[in-house]
Ligand binder design. Structure first.
Ligand code: NAD
Ligand code: 89V
Length: 339
């Protein structure tokens, strides 16, 4: 699979390493409208085909998949451009600024018969995946309660200054991952209630969000996110889990400790992610999941199957984001059928 990447910014460096490590894929071209970012990436990754304009890159051809690593404002134009050139598409989260844009992008790629995946990688973090696998294998019976929690005081604004400037912050940027983990664990959602707060006066958007999800399969789940939580140990960027099931409980605690308790006893495993050669703490957890989701994409296309976080699937995660903002704004429970 010949891969081209658009948007060589802060996070794309991880995706470029992921492509270098992937089996069955070759990075052939990179594009960024900022020539300085392009130069840095060309030097670090030795890619010979470089472009400041995505249209010129597609016109030159020789691309099977485009990996769009730009921020959300450019996603729809770039996904539709890619669809016109009949290539497979990966697009970073948040997929779209509106549900209308998200549905239009899904339709555009669907019409070509190519694969569209949203780079929604948190469910691929190996510690989270260990919990998903245990739950799906029935380790604690039928789940009826869940808590998916991300609370941190880590400074994300230095690396990603745009996060401080948007009207929306934590639900759109981080909560979207945590809501997607809830979907991976407990399936789709019928209704949602949310509250939001802004604690950090230096940013525009909300940095605390607490959401109550009623899943269609009967699980009630609390999804709580905060970038205003100062505590030791600082757990960035760990997602912590508590799940009660008819046959036991499962917890993913700080320090990547997975505990499963059943009437037969209690077992705790260390499910720490590896620190890949190009990764650094504390981001290694996220960085490994980037490599894993990109390999999953290559393998899915080769097998002719849909990746887990296909465009169509991710529309349902995006709907939770929209429902949460609507619920918080109108101080009411939102039915997902409204979104
Ligand atoms: P960034 O601003 O550092 O990088 C974006 C790059 O895209 C910039 O270099 C910019 O010049 C380029 N660009 C923008 N529009 C372009 C266009 N039309 N053509 C060519 N180049 C263009 O942003 P970032 O922090 O790297 O974030 C990028 C995306 O990754 C965001 O959507 C963010 O939410 C997401 N992200 C995801 C994760 C994750 O774990 N999945 C983590 C961090 C960021
Ligand atoms: O994963 C992300 O989307 C990042 C961060 C972890 C900082 O929220 O933006």
């Amino acid at each position: 699979m010949k891969v081209a990447l658009i948007g060589c910014g802060f996070f794309a460096i991880n995706q470029l390493h992921g492509w270098q490590d992937a089996t069955g894929a070759e990075l052939v071209a990179v594009c960024d409208r900022d020539p300085e970012r392009l130069r840095l990436v060309q030097e670090q990754f030795g890619v010979t085909r470089t472009y400041t304009d995505a249209r010129a890159m597609f016109a030159d051809g020789g691309i099977d998949t485009v990996d769009i690593a730009t921020t959300v404002q450019s996603h729809r134009a770039l996904v539709e451009l890619a669809a016109r050139h009949d290539v497979h598409v990966i697009c970073q989260k948040p997929f779209a600024q509106t549900m209308q844009d998200a549905r239009a992008m899904v339709a555009a790629v669907e019409a070509t018969g190519k694969t569209l995946m949203v780079h929604e990688n948190f469910r691929w973090q190996s510690a989270v995946r260990a919990a998903i696998d245990a739950l799906r294998a029935g380790a604690i019976g039928e789940p009826f309660f869940g808590r998916v929690s991300f609370r941190s005081g880590y400074d994300v604004f230095t690396g990603q200054p745009y996060l401080a400037a948007g009207e929306r912050f934590i639900i759109e940027d981080l909560g979207i991952h945590i809501l997607d983990i809830a979907r991976a664990l407990f399936g789709d959602v019928r209704r949602l209630t949310a509250t939001t707060r802004r604690i950090n006066a230096k940013i525009e958007g909300e940095d605390v969000a607490t959401m109550l999800l009623e899943h269609k399969d009967g699980v009630t789940c609390v999804v709580d996110c905060s970038y205003a939580t100062r505590r030791e140990p600082e757990t960035f960027p760990e997602s912590l889990l508590e799940i009660d099931g008819t046959g036991g409980t499962l917890r993913l605690d700080a320090g990547y400790r997975l505990t499963i308790q059943t009437p037969d006893g209690s077992e705790t495993r260390d499910v720490s992610p590896p620190v890949l050669p190009w990764a650094e703490r504390p981001w290694h957890n996220i960085q490994e999941s980037v490599a894993l989701i990109q390999q999953h994409f290559v393998d899915s296309v080769a097998a002719g199957t849909q990746p887990e976080t296909s465009g169509a699937d991710n529309v349902l995660t995006l709907a939770l984001v929209e429902a949460a903002y609507l619920s918080a704004a109108e101080q009411r429970t939102v039915e997902l059928s409204e979104i």
